[in-house]
Design a protein around this ligand. Structure first.
Ligand SMILES: Cc1cc2nc3c(=O)[nH]c(=O)nc-3n(C[C@H](O)[C@H](O)[C@H](O)COP(=O)(O)O)c2cc1C
Length: 337
């Protein structure tokens, strides 16, 4: 079994340092609560824009909305303006339901980078430092940074990034061990992650390429990180956290996967009902339809190995009710008993 010790940063105590990574479009409160119940040590909300919170707090705040009793949870934000980031952080702190604030300094997608935010901050470390400083000065909640080992080979190196993150006052850092130019592809570089870990006094969470308990163990052995963060390995697989906790892996039966899917979808419908009730606007989809559209992207992960991918994806694209989705899942389950 893996040897990982609980750690604290500021007021946040992580008793089991295997965290769920933030993943836009996946890690809403439905997935996060399932993962917490299956042993993850902490979760991050989906990514919210600091400028968006400034302009239309009601609408943008929905992205951050935690479930009742969901802890420990970080409010995860992006932006390029220190003042806007500080205001957004203050708003999250005042809401009272979050345990800490996380600053996205690693997202490579165009929508974020073109605004000078996310991974673009790795090309402007003085600005990254000013953002962390402004947020730290604005809130008393702990502040973490989610970043990368670099943007590309020509921009700031991993040790410079580590230094700026720590010196500007971050309480914890999670590092995705890939360059931003590689998005989520290619082998993660856990040796470079280890060099960052050794250069830092604050807790370091390692991320990238952990899909099994064995991967988690190897990442910790190679890099010495204080904890591990799992992204894609947790989609359709909330069991991964308890497997790492216990050291026992198991092949999930088709029926077990069906039951988890039903519960996940139920939570998504409840979440969408809540969002629709709050928004007060006319929505294009009913809460059930909206939940089904979101859930369709999770299904191929849950039923890995149980289906003909092309056929399933074509069929799923048309399903917009819980009954039709669960009927399709039931057919798959009966074929895989
Ligand atoms: C669909 C998707 C959405 C993501 N969204 C975010 C995000 O909003 N914020 C962020 O910091 N990282 C985001 N990431 C990156 C993950 O948090 C993680 O760093 C990356 O997937 C590497 O971990 P993995 O190899 O365990 O998947 C996203 C990744 C994926 C696949």
């Amino acid at each position: 079994m893996m040897k990982l010790s609980p750690f604290k940063f500021g007021s946040v105590e992580i008793t089991f340092p295997v965290l769920l990574a933030p993943m836009a479009g996946y890690t809403d409160a439905a997935m996060r609560t399932l993962c917490l119940e299956h042993g993850t040590g902490a979760v991050y909300t989906e990514l919210a824009s600091a400028e968006g919170l400034r302009r239309d707090a009601g609408k943008t705040f929905q992205v951050l909305e935690p479930a009742e009793g969901e802890h420990p949870v970080a409010g995860h934000i992006f932006g390029a303006d220190p003042q806007a980031m500080a205001e957004a952080a203050r708003m999250i702190e005042q809401d009272g339901r979050f345990d800490w604030i996380d600053l996205n300094c690693g997202c490579p997608v165009k929508k974020v980078v073109s605004r000078g935010a996310g991974a673009a901050l790795l090309k402007d470390l003085p600005l990254l430092g000013r953002i962390v400083e402004a947020v730290k000065a604005a809130v008393s909640l702990p502040v973490s940074v989610k970043t990368r080992i670099g943007f590309n080979a020509e921009t700031a190196g991993h040790l410079e990034i580590a230094k700026v993150v720590e010196q500007s006052g971050a309480d914890m850092v999670a590092v995705h061990a890939r360059l931003a130019k590689n998005f989520h592809g290619g082998d993660p570089d856990w040796e470079t992650l280890g060099e960052m870990k050794r250069a830092l006094k604050i807790p370091v969470i390692g991320n990238g390429g952990v899909n099994t308990p064995g991967d988690a163990e190897r990442m910790v052995a190679v890099s010495g990180v204080d904890g591990v963060m799992i992204g894609r390995g947790a989609i359709g697989n909330p069991w991964i956290f308890q497997e790492i906790r216990t050291g026992c892996t198991a092949r999930r039966s088709a029926a077990e996967r069906r039951d988890m899917m039903a519960e996940h979808l139920r939570r998504l419908v409840a979440l969408m009902e809540k969002r629709h009730a709050r928004s007060g606007r006319a929505e294009r989809h009913s809460p059930e339809e909206a939940a089904c559209v979101l859930f369709r992207t999770h299904i191929p992960y849950y039923v890995k190995g149980m289906y003909d991918k092309k056929q399933l994806l074509m069929k799923l694209a048309t399903l917009v009710s819980v009954d039709s989705i669960m009927e399709e899942v039931e057919t798959l389950v009966s074929k895989n008993r």
